[in-house]
Design a protein around this ligand. Structure first.
Ligand SMILES: Nc1ncnc2c1ncn2[C@@H]1O[C@H](COP(=O)(O)OP(=O)(O)OP(=O)(O)O)[C@@H](O)[C@H]1O
Ligand SMILES: [Mg+2]
Length: 269
């Protein structure tokens, strides 16, 4: 029998991956695959290494051990196939840059390349703003936006280069429950309409759980992956933390994780 050439549909493949800073390990033995078009939540407590995971996929952070491939290649900086929204805390109120100009920044260095005319740039930016339901914000200064509006505009900036993968680092922080659900529904629609593989870091899994294909749970130096029903169980999380953890479901169907880092109430991270 002829050996089959391996034809994995995975767009991210990690094998025995380990990372750390200045001699201090952050997490190790991460082995997982993410398929094209999957919507993945990355959860775990503060400092667990979620942002570090994104930095590895973006080619900004070297592995200590193991290997990782994105689209079948070693990650490289500035890959136009990836749209990235970094974790942010605040925008200076005095920032007078218009939303459309911010979104246009997402074009430079993308597949459109230099020489993409200013008019086409404006058209691409306004199409991206429209895709996130933010056309009316095009000429507002970013310093004047609410948290939810700002997240939509950042999402438009990440989408404008028509990426095949989106990495969104805590896009729901500072959003109320309703705004969180609206943003998650918007991202889920984009994931499915464009078949964009999307990884989203969140501290609360509940606004996301209904539309997730997979969860990456990072805690205690370990990385667990699987479907939400595989990962979010008392057995799986207790094994991961090395401590008793209970995954409960409240009367509204919310996942409540108790133990590990202390009682986190309705938060998963
Ligand atoms: N450049 C760096 N040099 C040294 N240590 C770093 C560096 N960047 C991150 N760390 C440390 O690595 C650990 C993981 O950081 P990371 O930002 O990946 O965590 P996180 O899971 O994203 O946390 P949060 O939920 O707070 O955003 C933290 O302890 C952090 O202090
Ligand atoms: Mg982070």
């Amino acid at each position: 029998m002829i050996a089959q050439v391996e034809d994995s549909p995975d767009v991210i493949r990690a094998q025995g991956l380990e990372v750390g800073y200045r001699g201090r390990p952050i997490w190790r033995e991460a082995t997982f695959g993410i398929r094209r078009g999957e919507f993945v939540a990355v959860i775990g407590p503060n400092g667990a290494g979620k942002t570090t995971m994104f930095r590895m996929l973006l080619g900004l952070q070297r592995a200590w051990a193991g290997r990782v491939e994105v689209f079948g290649e070693v990650p490289r900086r500035g890959n136009p196939r990836i749209g990235y929204v970094p974790q942010r805390h605040s925008i200076d109120q005095e920032t007078h840059v218009e939303c459309e100009s911010l979104v246009r920044l997402g074009i430079s260095g993308t597949r459109w390349g230099p020489g993409f005319a200013a008019r086409s740039e404006r058209e691409a930016a306004s199409a991206a703003l429209s895709a996130v339901g933010a056309s009316d914000l095009a000429h507002k200064a970013i310093g004047t936006l609410s948290g939810g509006e700002l997240q939509r505009v950042f999402l438009a900036e990440a989408l404008v280069g028509e990426p095949e993968m989106l990495l969104l680092d805590e896009p729901l922080s500072n959003l109320d429950l309703r705004r969180s659900r609206d943003l998650v529904d918007l991202v889920a629609r984009l994931v499915h309409a464009r078949n964009v593989t999307t990884l989203l870091v969140a501290h609360d899994i509940n606004p996301l759980i209904h539309c997730l294909d997979r969860v990456i749970y990072i805690a205690n130096g370990r990385v667990a992956t699987g479907t939400p029903s595989e990962v979010l169980t008392s057995e799986s999380l207790s094994a991961l933390y090395g401590l008793p953890i209970e995954v409960l479901h409240d009367s509204r169907g919310n996942v409540v994780i108790v133990g590990g880092e202390g009682d986190r109430g309705a938060e998963s991270g």
